[in-house]
Design a protein around this ligand. Structure first.
Ligand SMILES: [Zn+2]
Length: 269
């Protein structure tokens, strides 16, 4: 049994900011690594033969390799074709999303956003999705179910509505975008360890999140220049001042187009 982890940072317990006091980020990446380790330990104790961990925040070089479970394989750095799900394929039995956050626009969600601060909304086949849902659809392409999600109570609600069978661990309760009532890091790690073990016991109940193909992708972008630049990509049309749309054969094609839109926008040419 192979288990895949995609690890973000905003949903980790006691992470409520990434850039205020000196040391905030360094502490956050230490707790991020410890929460990943809790899930990796439980996966190996539950019979996993291989655990692949994708560092999936920002630069994608946050997890501390020296502190990471020594038997995990670490996917780090970018660019990479499957972004937050790089390294996943159909040989895995389960995917875990650790340290995740709710979608852009979620009231009070701790650091709620969708990929960048420039995305208002993202939809696949008309379904509004955050990073958890979009990445679950990538896993679904390979027939892999998302078995565990950890993060604040707002991502818990988001995932519960979309993938109700998923095992979920609440690491903190959101008060505002930069405030939460948190579990301590150790308590959060313990709950993730227990949740990961439960998720793998309940694996037969888990379902891959699959979308009818071809897949319609729509994204609403905050700055008008982004929708203007994105519309230059063949197959992408601008259907509103800030909205781009396209249809892809499958999730692999959708991810390629989505990365093109994001990467094109950063150049601002
Ligand atoms: Zn992140």
């Amino acid at each position: 049994m192979k288990v895949y982890l995609s690890v973000d940072i905003e949903g980790v317990a006691c992470v409520t900011t990434l850039k205020q006091e000196p040391g905030d980020y360094e502490r956050a990446r230490k707790w991020m690594t410890a929460e990943a380790n809790a899930a990796i330990e439980a996966a190996y104790e539950s019979g996993a033969t291989e655990v692949v961990v994708a560092d999936s925040h920002g630069s994608m070089r946050n997890l501390l390799p020296d502190e990471l479970h020594e038997d995990a394989l670490l996917v780090q750095g970018s660019p990479r074709p499957l972004t937050m799900m790089e390294g996943l394929d159909g040989s895995f039995s389960a995917a875990f999303l650790i340290g995740y956050h709710s979608m852009s626009g979620t009231a009070n969600g701790v650091m709620a956003h969708t990929y960048t601060g420039m995305v208002y909304a993202l939809r696949l086949n008309g379904i509004p999705l955050g990073e958890s849902g979009f990445n679950a659809a990538i896993a679904g392409h390979f027939g892999v179910p998302v078995a565990l999600v950890s993060g604040d109570d707002t991502v818990d609600a988001e995932v519960g509505a979309l993938l109700p069978w998923t095992e979920r661990v609440v690491t903190k309760w959101a008060i505002s975008a930069w405030s939460a009532r948190n579990l301590t890091p150790k308590a959060s790690q313990r709950r993730i360890r227990e949740g990961a073990a439960r998720a793998l016991r309940r694996l037969p109940e888990m379902k891959p999140f699959t979308l009818e193909q071809p897949i319609r992708f729509e994204v609403e972008l905050a700055p008008p220049y982004l929708s203007q630049i994105g519309a230059d990509i063949p197959g992408v049309e601008r259907i509103g001042g800030r909205t781009l749309a396209c249809t892809g054969a499958d999730m692999l094609e959708i991810v390629r187009i989505w990365r093109l839109i994001l990467n094109a926008g950063q150049g601002r040419i």
